[in-house]
Design a protein around this ligand. Structure first.
Ligand SMILES: *[C@@H]1O[C@H](CO)[C@@H](O)[C@H](O)[C@H]1NC(C)=O
Ligand SMILES: *[C@@H]1O[C@H](CO)[C@@H](O)[C@H](O)[C@H]1NC(C)=O
Ligand SMILES: *[C@@H]1O[C@H](CO)[C@@H](O)[C@H](O)[C@H]1NC(C)=O
Ligand SMILES: *[C@@H]1O[C@H](CO)[C@@H](O)[C@H](O)[C@H]1NC(C)=O
Ligand SMILES: *[C@@H]1O[C@H](CO)[C@@H](O)[C@H](O)[C@H]1NC(C)=O
Ligand SMILES: *[C@@H]1O[C@H](CO)[C@@H](O)[C@H](O)[C@H]1NC(C)=O
Length: 455
């Protein structure tokens, strides 16, 4: 059952006591139009519930009428972004509980059922983890392993390695050589067989005299040998490279945010404006690409390479005072604040190529394509068919939209989801990793073959 874990129960209590309730309906301003169309939601005793059971019975699947955009006026929702969509209250439509208890919620029934296939399945709690953020899930096809990083606790040098050759996977803790402190974004590059990491840990007193600034590193998943590629911008240290992707000409784009400082794995506050950057492995150059987002986060290109997507998770931001965590939802106190009116959007840009050799990127036409239903968008990935899969950040689930941001479905978990990754021969297993949890989903929405990502 979604949202029933002790984690969220504790979190809801903490959030309710610290945030005033302001999300009440406008007084007396909504007149429900009489209608003969029974699929338009009215109230619980009418014949038109907003949600109904639908699809295959291998999981709890709920179809929502008309995106739930007309609720009985008695509905309310606490604006705290850590309170999920399912935390809304809809007392006059009992079918709302189907949404709250669903594994999969379909907004666009036709395309949603295509995504689910004939036997969708969700497996919760199969990997025991610490109550910290899990991130950077990277699938390496040849050896059939999934690497997952953990953000914190401070000082921890380990990464999880899930050997998918057994079911459930065999889990071990690994360290690269040399150890890389606190990576939080990752990708597998089939061209050189290496795992690339966005590393936000900044620490001058690691074991064995090792020092590290945040940046971009890579390791060989077979030997675990690691090396650094980038660790500064003309002498300034990055706040914390958060996620990364490789574009069609082989350049690495990464987002820089100061969540490392927020969660206590960086010694230094930010020195640079938070931004989206491009690193050229061919020359070593690092160039700024966009400075318009508050907290640039997940980043991907569409499969034709012509659209850039970047998430802005700015409603989760730095707070000088450690106020959250230590029992309410994290292993230890962290400096984070939630502002429900802050940014929680995914943006898209058109990408053109200019310059002497025709490889210099120019991004134009910035537009917002999606606003998170809960939390703030964190990691995002593109499916084989071009759909966006957007992790909920603080919130317990992921949203699936088409390439224009139209909501199709969501997957609901019992832990917040920071990032996602497909695995398997058919790339139809999706791993959702986040705070205090790793969830496995098997359905029909295939991941892209990274060796042929750009088409
Ligand atoms: C009733 O609503 C459904 C779903 O939105 C729609 O397909 C159908 O055309 C509507 N029928 C009428 C008579 O408006
Ligand atoms: C809900 O709908 C029923 C049947 O259509 C109606 O009798 C009842 O008054 C409605 N209740 C509210 C609170 O609007
Ligand atoms: C659906 O949810 C109910 C109630 O939480 C649970 O008992 C049942 O096992 C679930 N069904 C599936 C297929 O997961
Ligand atoms: C690091 O995290 C792992 C869990 O993934 C835990 O078993 C280990 O004790 C931690 N080590 C330190 C030094 O915190
Ligand atoms: C830096 O690393 C040391 C040694 O592992 C650890 O004790 C400390 O908490 C870390 N500090 C930060 C800010 O990551
Ligand atoms: C919340 O975010 C909005 C929009 O970014 C900003 O105007 C406002 O000042 C923020 N409030 C707080 C308390 O930080």
């Amino acid at each position: 059952m979604a949202l029933s874990s002790s984690f969220l129960a504790a979190f809801l209590v903490a959030a309710a006591s610290s945030v005033s309730q302001v999300a009440h309906a406008m007084p007396g301003s909504i007149v429900m139009r009489a209608t003969s169309n029974s699929s338009i939601p009215g109230n619980s005793s009418s014949s038109s519930p907003m949600a109904r059971v639908c699809g295959p019975n291998t999981a709890n699947v709920t179809c929502l009428n008309r995106y739930g955009s007309l609720l009985p006026p008695s509905y309310s929702r606490d604006p705290d972004p850590s309170i999920g969509y399912t935390g809304a209250e809809v007392p006059d439509d009992s079918s709302w509980s189907l949404v709250q208890n669903a594994d999969f919620v379909l907004f666009d029934e036709k395309r949603g059922l295509e995504i689910l296939g004939s036997a969708p399945k969700i497996s919760r709690g199969i990997i025991p983890v610490l109550n910290v953020i899990h991130e950077a899930p990277v699938f390496v096809p040849g050896i059939n392993k999934l690497f997952v990083t953990q953000d914190g606790p401070p000082g921890n040098m380990s990464m999880l390695q899930l050997d998918l050759n057994t079911d459930p996977p065999a889990v071990s803790l690994i360290e690269t050589d040399p150890p890389i402190y606190q990576p939080t974004g990752g990708l597998y590059n089939p061209k050189d067989g290496m795992v690339y990491l966005a590393v936000h840990g900044n620490n001058g007193s690691l074991p064995n005299g090792q020092k590290q600034h945040a940046g971009i590193a890579r390791f060989d998943p077979k030997t675990l040998k690691a090396e650094w590629l980038v660790n500064n911008y003309y002498g300034f240290n990055f706040a914390g490279p958060n996620d990364l992707t490789i574009d069609p000409v082989g350049d690495i784009w990464f987002t820089d945010t100061d969540y490392a400082y927020v969660i206590g794995v960086s010694e230094s506050p930010k020195q640079l404006q938070l931004a989206t950057w491009r690193y050229r492995p061919s020359t070593g150059q690092v160039q700024v690409m966009d400075t318009s987002l508050d907290y640039p986060n997940g980043i991907q290109f569409s499969r034709d390479g012509k659209t850039l997507y970047v998430a802005d998770s700015g409603l989760e931001s730095y707070n000088p005072v450690p106020t959250r965590g230590a029992g309410d939802f994290y292993n230890y106190p962290i400096r984070i604040q939630f502002n429900s009116t802050g940014p929680r959007n995914v943006f898209a840009w058109d990408v053109a190529r200019k310059g002497q050799d025709g490889t210099h990127p120019v991004i134009t036409g910035k537009r917002v394509v999606f606003q998170s239903l809960e939390g703030a968008p964190d990691g995002l990935k593109i499916a084989a068919n071009g759909y966006l899969v957007i992790a909920g950040g603080l919130a317990a689930g992921v949203d699936i939209t088409d390439e224009l941001g139209n909501q199709i479905a969501r997957i609901q978990t019992s832990h917040p989801v920071e990032n996602i990754q497909w695995s398997g021969d058919d790339l139809k297993t999706l791993w959702l990793v986040g705070i205090g949890g790793i969830t496995k989903v098997e359905f029909d929405l295939a991941g892209p073959d990274l060796a042929n990502y750009y088409n």
